[in-house]
Design a protein around this ligand. Structure first.
Ligand code: UD1
Length: 421
């Protein structure tokens, strides 16, 4: 298994390009299931999760062609609406095939994702919504089995804000008979990107980006071409890495518009951040102070502070001036990086869903273990500011969600290398 070795103490400087968003690309790849014509996607990041999703779609009968960041999908030969456990267990987002399969094929058999490192993460809201649209759903032997003649439009209300739940139901509703209204919908930019792709395919959707989405079902969707939005979490992660090292970086191909809550907190911490717009591209420049101020956060659904940035902010708070109170409200078990950060010398106390982080003057390199995707990113940031070498094991989590992270960090001056353990 590969590991990353980071020699801390360099200031990040320079420019790096931000990749397409994993969490937009995954549902949009599944949207290809809704049409018998081809969907061409650009700016698709080269990530293990994307590879897993493409494999899953291919074994259902979708023709997949991938050339760098361009992927074309042709689901005219879709013949096997099944997502087996072996694939779903490695990537929870596989549940995103459920809605499109039921809508297009009238049946689907999708493994339940099961637990994951950051909590139980059930899919009851996805199931409840599809049932309200007329699907008959049974859960047998760990699989969700769904069947219906044609889905019917319905008024749906989710018990909590769920991102993939909203996306699954929005996709299913595109081919339903009549109008579907999703209330308490997720407002994440990735939901909007998916809606834009679906509209390009002929779907009738309004309200994406608000908490009420209306979808008027159509008989069929056609082919389209769509560019995946920039990854706001990768953007935020690089901003945090630059901030922690007292750096000065420009991130190309991304915009502050996607992450106001994160930018606000980094400015509270003492960074200067400006969005730049040229005729060719958008960019963000961050200039960090010598030492950051601790910033307290509370995670909540978009547009509030994202849970996917909590771990990275914990890393910067570890070396900031003062004490931060960090509250995680989305997932019940998302502080596993704290014990690893403590191994690097951080001063963190956890009480339920709250972490109290007291900044220390310096962290010290050690061997640590990545436990999930964003936790891994926090360890990279901590490694960049720690004295000496930090060895991060189990970095397959990072490869699921960060495109060429060590190459990009190296471009900014980090001393980081991959080693076979
Ligand atoms: C998505 C993101 C993930 C991010 C999360 C929250 C993708 C592929 N992943 O995950 O990176 O951390 O949003 O911003 O886009 N819940 C239920 N029942 C359900 C659905 C959700 O109880 O049927 C709960 C979850 O356990 C969690 C909360 O609702 O506590 C929010 O989860 P959700 O928004 O669904 O997360 P994902 O869509 O899985």
């Amino acid at each position: 298994m590969d590991k990353l070795v980071i020699e801390g103490g360099t200031r990040l400087e320079g420019e790096v390009a931000i990749s397409g968003a994993k969490n937009a690309a995954l549902p949009i790849l599944c949207a290809a299931l809704l049409s018998a014509e081809s969907l061409v996607l650009t700016n698709v990041p080269e990530l293990n999760d994307i590879g897993t999703m493409l494999k899953l779609l291919a074994q259902m009968g979708v023709k997949v062609e991938r050339e760098g960041h361009r992927v074309s999908l042709d689901a005219s030969g879709l013949n096997n609406p099944v997502a087996p456990y072996e694939m779903v267990k490695t990537m929870r987002a596989s549940i995103l095939v459920l809605g499109p399969l039921v809508a297009r094929c009238g049946e689907a058999k999708v493994s339940l994702p099961g637990g994951c490192a950051i909590g139980a993460r059930p899919v009851d809201q996805h199931i409840k919504g599809l049932q309200a649209m007329g699907a008959e759903i049974g859960v047998d032997h760990g699989y969700v089995n769904a069947r219906t003649a044609r889905l019917k439009g319905a008024r749906l209300f989710t018990d909590m804000v769920t991102v993939t739940g909203t996306e699954n139901l929005m996709m299913a509703a595109c081919l339903a008979n009549g109008e579907t209204i999703i209330e308490n919908a997720a407002r994440e930019p990735e939901v909007v990107d998916l809606a834009q792709c679906l509209v390009a395919m002929g779907a009738q959707i309004s309200g994406a980006g608000t908490d009420v989405i209306r979808i008027r079902g159509v008989e069929r969707l056609h082919g389209a071409e769509h560019r995946i939005m920039p990854d706001r979490i990768e953007t935020g992660t690089f901003l945090c890495a630059a901030a922690a090292t007292g750096g000065d970086v420009r991130l190309i191909g991304t915009s502050t518009g996607y992450l106001d809550a994160v930018v606000d907190k980094l400015m509270d911490a003492g960074c200067d951040i400006v969005g730049e717009k040229t005729p060719n591209h958008e960019a963000i420049r961050l200039i960090a102070p010598k030492r950051l101020q601790a910033v307290s956060i509370r995670t909540s659904p978009y547009p509030a502070f994202p849970t996917d940035m909590q771990a990275q902010f914990m890393a910067i708070n570890c070396v900031a001036e003062g004490t931060a109170v960090m509250r995680e409200t989305i997932f019940e078990n998302r502080f596993m990086h704290a014990v690893e950060l403590i191994r690097l010398g951080a001063d963190i106390k956890i009480d339920g869903n709250t972490a109290f982080v007291k900044g220390v003057a310096r962290l010290q390199g050690a061997t640590v273990m990545a436990t999930d995707l964003r936790a891994s990113a926090s360890l990279v940031i901590a490694g960049l500011v720690a004295e000496g070498e930090t060895h991060i094991e189990r970095i397959y989590h990072l490869d699921r969600g960060y495109e060429h992270i060590e190459a990009k960090m190296t471009r900014l001056g980090a001393r980081i290398r991959r080693e076979q353990a």
